[in-house]
Write a protein that binds this ligand. Structure first.
Ligand code: ARG
Length: 464
């Protein structure tokens, strides 16, 4: 196999060197971006009068054919044995159009080429992830709307704390996913510069209009320094960082649901579409989809760590280490995509066991704070009320009842100011209605949060 750089070599490459060096098996993923970049480069060369407009047309038409052929049969591309996707495109182009094909690489290096391809890829991948995030959020919002006033126990330290609504729980996760979309969009903004024209490291020697070239490829602007442009992979780190945190959020969402679907909690049921059985225990229904949402986080966070580690200590400018940027990026983005697309499948079939969740939401003295607040409303300082309710909780524990199971007499034995209105204050409905602060768990506020999220999402949908 002829290489792009064979002139000064006499010996052939060791098999094992080829195995570690050749990137075609994975950078075939950049086929479309490589052709897009090459078409823009051919146009830029013609604009600079380095090639004629006839040559440009030949190159552009040839490149389109190359893309068609490669897209039709990717495995044939890989089987070609070329070193990387750039070599494959150029070799294929030259075999199709002859002499003109050999002019395409004038003033360009694979260093600025690959940096450009990868930025194009990252931009596309981010746009797709953001769309998936929007669909995931919409599916959670549907459940939030349905369960906007369904009581649900909330936890700190995984100990029952206070009642909220299931809608409020849903919206907590929607908030996290909203930040993920914002982080992805920030990352896309920084990736939005065009390295092409930086050549190997010093800038191309031809009078290329880099502004026009950047614009041609839909970039906001050209990169500012040729040494940096060919060695910068911050945009990969940014994208993987957004992906890693998003995966962490999905993992936490999954963990919540894994807990809630266990028989011990039993608040939530999953559909058959996202669960599997056991080969041994006939009764089992396992939350595999959720466990994989949780589990995929490891490899995605790993990809982020791998990229940072690859970059650490690299001297300027391009080094072959940078070829290690692709596999973690492609893998992480693929698996994050699968995870994000799984979220609607999970929420579509998610059933809240309303009675069980409502009962749990108030059980185990989760309304103790309500009682303290009741006393505060009667004029008792909160610290005293906290102490008094603590004693009442003890009394109730000794009696084996909930707070609302204590008689008025018992309640008054510790807090004489209490009257029968206390029982109303101890209901879950009263507890929820009182959480009527911005961001709070009252159904009214949750409804408001849902409306805000919906308008955020439709703003995004209108823009894209
Ligand atoms: N396959 C290489 C990569 O992914 C392309 C750039 C090669 N550049 C070079 N100077 N050998 O990084």
């Amino acid at each position: 196999m002829a290489t792009l750089w064979g002139g000064r070599f006499e010996g052939s490459r060791a098999e094992l060197f080829r195995a570690i060096n050749d990137s075609l098996p994975f950078d075939v993923e950049l086929l479309e971006q490589d052709v897009r970049g090459s078409i823009a480069w051919a146009n830029a060369l013609a604009r600079a009068e380095v090639i004629s407009s006839t040559e440009r047309d030949t190159l552009v038409n040839g490149l389109k054919e190359v893309l068609d052929e490669g897209t039709r049969d990717r495995s044939a591309v890989v089987a070609s044995g070329e070193e990387d996707i750039h070599s494959w495109v150029e070799a294929k182009l030259t075999s199709k159009v002859g002499e003109a094909g050999k002019k395409l690489h004038t003033g360009r290096s694979r260093n600025d080429q690959v940096a450009t391809d990868l930025r194009l890829w990252v931009r596309d991948a981010i746009a797709a992830r953001v769309d998936e995030l929007v669909s995931a959020q919409r599916s959670i919002l549907d459940v939030a709307e349905r369960e906007v006033s369904s009581p649900f126990p909330a936890y700190t330290h995984l100990q029952r704390a206070q009642p909220v609504t299931f809608g409020h729980w849903c919206m907590a996760h929607v908030e996290a996913l909203t930040r993920d979309a914002q982080r992805f969009l920030d990352a896309a903004e920084r990736a939005n510069e065009c390295p092409l024209g930086s050549a190997a490291l010093a800038g191309t020697a031809y009078p290329i209009d880099r502004d026009a070239l950047a614009k041609d490829l839909g970039f906001a602007r050209p990169t500012a320094n040729s040494l940096d442009a060919v060695s910068d992979r911050d945009f990969v780190v940014d994208a993987l960082s957004a992906a890693a945190l998003c995966a962490v959020h999905l993992s936490r969402l999954a963990e919540d649901l894994i807990i809630y679907t266990s028989a011990e909690f039993g608040y939530v049921g999953l559909s058959d579409a996202v669960t599997s059985g056991s080969s041994l225990m006939p009764q089992k229904k396992n939350p595999d989809a959720l466990e994989l949402l949780r589990g995929k986080c490891g490899r995605i966070v790993g990809a982020h760590t791998a990229m940072l580690t690859t970059l650490k200590g690299l001297p300027l400018a391009y080094n072959k280490d940078l070829q290690e940027d692709k596999e973690p990026l492609f893998d992480a983005m693929l698996h994050l995509s699968i995870c994000l697309r799984l979220v609607p499948e999970i929420f579509k079939g998610l059933q809240l066991r309303r009675e069980r969740a409502a009962a749990a939401s108030i059980a185990g003295y989760a309304n103790a704070t309500e009682l303290a607040d009741h006393l505060v409303r009667q004029g008792m300082p909160f610290r005293d009320a906290h102490h008094v309710v603590g004693r009442l909780v003890r009394l109730a524990i000794d009696d084996g009842v909930e707070l609302q199971g204590l008689s008025l007499e018992q309640l008054r034995s510790v807090a004489p100011s209490i009257d029968e209105r206390v029982y109303e204050a101890l209901t879950v409905e009263a507890a929820l209605a009182r959480r009527d602060v911005l961001g709070g768990a009252s159904p009214r506020r949750v409804r408001e949060a849902i409306e805000n999220a919906k308008s955020r999402l439709s703003t995004h949908e209108r823009r894209s």
